[in-house]
Design a protein around this ligand. Structure first.
Ligand SMILES: [Zn+2]
Length: 72
């Protein structure tokens, strides 16, 4: 998920609650998530962001592959 506190958008992993540094806009936060190799998904109407550590545990694939899968 992306938390928004007082105009600071912080990407947070929905599995382990690991955080990335806060960004100034939602778009920047989405970009930071992609750049870090995290995966974004939709679960119903909810957005879910998963960090590389959790992706690795879940699927057994590495950061580079996760990044490539997110580029589309
Ligand atoms: Zn995680």
């Amino acid at each position: 998920m992306i938390e928004n506190y007082f105009g600071n958008y912080t990407p947070v992993c929905d599995c382990c609650e690991k955080r990335l540094p806060g960004e100034l806009s939602f778009q920047e936060a989405v970009r930071a998530i992609r750049a870090a190799g995290w995966e974004s998904r939709k679960v119903g109407d909810e957005r879910e962001d998963v960090c590389t550590d959790c992706l690795f545990e879940e699927k057994g694939y590495a950061r580079e592959f996760a990044y490539a899968a997110n580029r589309r």
